[in-house]
Write a protein that binds this ligand. Structure first.
Ligand code: AMP
Ligand code: MG
Length: 400
């Protein structure tokens, strides 16, 4: 059986190999948050566009400005001013943060390190060449690549795009990700369940996870555990860029997802991974589209999405899949798990002296509320049966 690292790598290789370039669209920059750049962005001019003062103080020639020197003040420059004045030996210009350095000057002395004596400025200390000046073009030269295609636009990337004058940003269209839950007992969450029916929470969590990963969820509702109904809805889902199914992938008599996918010509790359929850997770391609059969227990559905589906959606969005970031934390209460599988336990992490984590009480993979109270998953490696309080463990903080 594959480890979760191997299974994730399989998804990345296979979806990465199969994914074509998504279509593009042009959006107003304000609409670009979390979208993926379809073209590289270039610097339209040098950054900074002029030698820029980093401090409020005096612009001067460092070579003529030892400690105790008195310089004649010959002008003033604020941010936005054209520097028409020129600094000669023995003179200085008052300058504000963000202003362009005047000709002749090569350094700025902070106002705090000077004394004013009439129209003279006396220096307290030595001045180094280049001090408190950001030279023109030192951040970016005109024509440099500021952001490569495939970058996801967060707030800093949007600011960089704004800085270089990108009012309309070319991004990839979001991939449509079809979501189909399965199960005779599953009813729409808006309707009143019968005594033995269950509200469909997986379609809700999956749609949210798809959106967070950069996809556009296409909800197909629920299919009952009947071959004909599954076949019809799966075929419908294969019109999207990828299809996610929940439920129907275990060993029960009515777990029909794999056989129906097989009948539709699916090629499977795995149908089990050494994890709990989520062991019976299925990944393959059907009619050229990535298909995931996620186990129906809600925590299994969420965990298997984060481990395996998220990188696939990132690739289909034109982005580079982010790494699975595991963070070390100190376990506050000992735990015991069956060895052989990697366990992902709903847990809460908190910063005390360092990062500390405790698993939450839960009733297993159906316990949505435990998951809703968690802010991370605690990862128990497959070779650990017991972990004592105080030991270091890893947590997966993302997406929770
Ligand atoms: P399955 O994987 O189909 O064997 O389902 C495992 C468990 O998850 C069962 O207890 C189901 O009732 C439950 N389940 C399956 N699908 C959903 C869903 N869409 N929403 C909430 N619970 C579900
Ligand atoms: Mg089922």
């Amino acid at each position: 059986m594959l480890s979760y690292q191997q299974a994730r790598q399989t998804v990345i290789e296979k979806v990465g190999g199969a994914a074509g370039r998504p279509e593009r669209e042009l959006l107003a920059l304000e609409q670009g948050l979390e979208r993926v750049l379809a073209e590289e962005l270039l610097a339209d001019r040098d950054y900074p566009p002029f030698d820029r003062s980093l401090r409020d103080g005096y612009a001067l020639q460092s070579g003529n400005s030892g400690p105790g020197a008195a310089l004649r003040l010959i002008g003033e420059l604020k941010a936005g001013d054209a520097p028409e004045v020129r600094v000669e030996p023995g003179t200085c210009v008052q300058i504000m943060t963000g202003a362009a350095l005047p000709g002749g000057a090569d350094a700025v002395v902070m106002i705090e390190h000077t004394r004013r004596e009439g129209d003279l400025v006396r220096l307290d200390r030595a001045v180094a060449a280049g001090q408190h000046v950001v030279p023109r073009g030192s951040e970016q030269k005109a024509g440099n690549r500021v952001l490569p295609a495939g970058t996801r636009l967060g707030f800093a990337q949007l600011a960089a795009a704004a800085q270089v004058g990108c009012a309309k940003v070319p991004v990839y269209r979001k991939p449509r990700i079809a979501i189909l839950s399965t199960g005779d007992e599953v009813v729409d969450f808006r309707s009143a369940p019968g005594p033995f029916e269950i509200r469909n929470s997986n379609s809700v969590s999956l749609a949210a996870q798809v959106s967070l990963a950069g996809g556009s969820p296409l909800p197909l509702g629920n299919a009952r555990d009947r071959v004909g109904e599954l076949r019809a809805k799966i075929s419908e889902g294969l019109a999207a860029e990828a299809l996610l199914l929940s439920g129907g992938v275990s060993m029960g008599k009515y777990d029909l997802v794999e056989p129906v996918l097989g009948e539709l010509g699916a090629e499977f790359l795995f149908d089990a991974v050494a994890i709990r929850p989520g062991k019976p997770v299925v990944f393959g391609f059907c009619r050229g589209k990535p298909v995931f059969g996620l186990p129906g227990n809600p925590v299994s559905t969420m965990v298997t999405f984060e481990l395996f589906v998220r990188p696939a959606i990132e690739l289909l969005s034109g982005a580079v899949p982010g790494p699975l970031v595991l963070v070390p934390a100190r376990l506050t209460a000992g735990l015991r798990e069956k060895p052989g599988l990697a366990h992902f336990l709903p847990a809460r992490a908190e910063w005390q002296q360092g990062l500390e984590v405790a698993p939450l009480p839960w009733q297993g993979s159906g316990d949505v509320v435990a998951m809703a109270r968690a802010n991370c998953l605690l990862v128990v490696p497959p070779d650990r049966e017991r972990i004592e309080a105080g030991e270091s463990v890893e947590i997966l903080p993302r997406g929770l």
